[in-house]
Ligand binder design. Structure first.
Ligand SMILES: *[C@@H]1O[C@H](CO)[C@@H](O)[C@H](O)[C@H]1NC(C)=O
Ligand SMILES: *[C@@H]1O[C@H](CO)[C@@H](O)[C@H](O)[C@H]1NC(C)=O
Ligand SMILES: *[C@@H]1O[C@H](CO)[C@@H](O)[C@H](O)[C@H]1NC(C)=O
Length: 329
């Protein structure tokens, strides 16, 4: 799963199956020290009030990769809370359509008009390659659920020519064997949202679609071209290989092992895209660092503060309600 995948939820929601058979994370991403239930880190913080409220830290990966490592205390906290809040309300059709439309270029424009010729050509070629190999990436599980490569490719990339370059970059990032193989299994946030609905919890969201979307659309053109170029270079060199990007694998492992500080502080396992590569020439290294700082500032610091204020306001407005806040790292 690309560390960016939560921005691609529209397609995920479209495809989420209700009864996915459990399928584990890649073996190497599992925590080696499989602890007892009561030794697992809960990623759960209690807000002491009556009734209790909770913060639950999530990562945006298929839930089957981490579910068994989430201790019962966290699952019970969800059961006990009356109101469950997410970043975005993924079960609301408006969220999905707004996320989809904010990814599109202005009407009448397409990528061929916008991108440098070389990049456009490579992008087109890479997508043709993906379309060709995708049937071989699909699992028997997915076929069993009626999920086929043609449909999946069209659902993810069918409208690529009309997407903004930054979203095409994210899309290319998600068109890897590891990602495709996990499609059809809801990501942890979506799964919890579905659980909350099933348990008849009141649900809500602390963010607006536009806030998440504008953040991405806020990169300037040269930054986006740089990122797209790097992504294409990476995918072109990965083509044919079966690897999961090591950063995602690390993230899942740290989560399952309960290594909180690694998740929060490690550069490699953050949700921030990482184009910084020691072998990049100096000029490109600077460009990568600028993109990195933009995301750290916007996606982590500013966004956390904004979300914190909204949480505080909710708790103050409804002092007698038990809240469960499920936010992603
Ligand atoms: C894009 O943003 C970077 C970093 O802020 C800046 O150095 C560069 O000049 C900007 N480019 C354009 C075309 O605005
Ligand atoms: C893409 O990146 C490569 C290697 O960093 C660079 O040589 C090339 O000029 C870049 N292409 C574009 C269109 O930016
Ligand atoms: C860094 O970039 C070089 C050249 O573009 C590439 O060969 C190498 O695999 C990259 N390393 C990582 C960790 O992405």
């Amino acid at each position: 799963m690309s560390p960016w995948s939560w921005f691609l939820l529209p397609t995920l929601c479209l495809l989420s199956a209700s009864a996915a058979p459990p399928r584990g994370a890649p073996a190497s991403a599992n925590c080696k020290l499989k602890a007892q239930q009561n030794e697992l880190n809960s990623f759960l913080w209690t807000i002491k009030r009556d009734p209790l409220s909770y913060f639950f830290g999530m990562i945006h990966v298929p839930y089957t990769w981490v579910w068994d490592f989430i201790p019962d205390t966290s699952k019970e906290a969800l059961q006990q809370s009356r109101i469950v809040y997410f970043e975005l309300d993924l079960t609301d059709p408006y969220t999905i359509s707004a996320l989809t439309s904010c990814q599109m270029l202005p009407r009448g424009k397409n990528l061929q008009d916008v991108l440098p010729r070389d990049i456009y050509g490579r992008l087109k070629r890479h997508l043709e390659y993906v379309k060709l190999v995708m049937p071989s990436w699909m699992t028997a599980d997915q076929h069993g659920k009626g999920l086929y490569a043609d449909y999946l490719f069209n659902a993810i990339a069918g409208n690529w020519e009309w997407k903004r370059p930054v979203w095409v970059m994210l899309m290319v990032n998600s068109l890897t064997k590891a990602d495709i193989t996990s499609r059809g299994v809801p990501v942890l946030d979506l799964y919890l949202a579905q659980e909350a609905k099933r348990l008849r919890k009141q649900t809500g969201a602390v963010e607006k679609v536009e806030e998440q979307c504008n953040l991405l659309n806020g990169l300037n053109f040269s930054q986006v071209i740089f990122a797209l170029n790097q992504t294409l270079l990476q995918q072109e060199s990965l083509a044919g290989s079966l690897q999961i990007p090591y950063t995602t694998e690390d993230l899942i492992k740290h989560y399952n092992c309960g290594h909180l500080s690694s998740i929060i502080f490690s550069h490699d396992s953050s949700q921030v895209p990482n184009f910084i590569n020691a072998t990049l020439p100096p000029v490109e290294r600077i460009a990568a660092q600028e993109i990195d700082s933009y995301f750290r500032w916007e996606l982590i610091y500013k966004r956390n503060e904004r979300m914190g204020k909204r949480v505080k306001a909710l708790l103050e407005e409804f002092p007698d309600k038990g809240f469960f806040f499920a936010f992603g790292a």
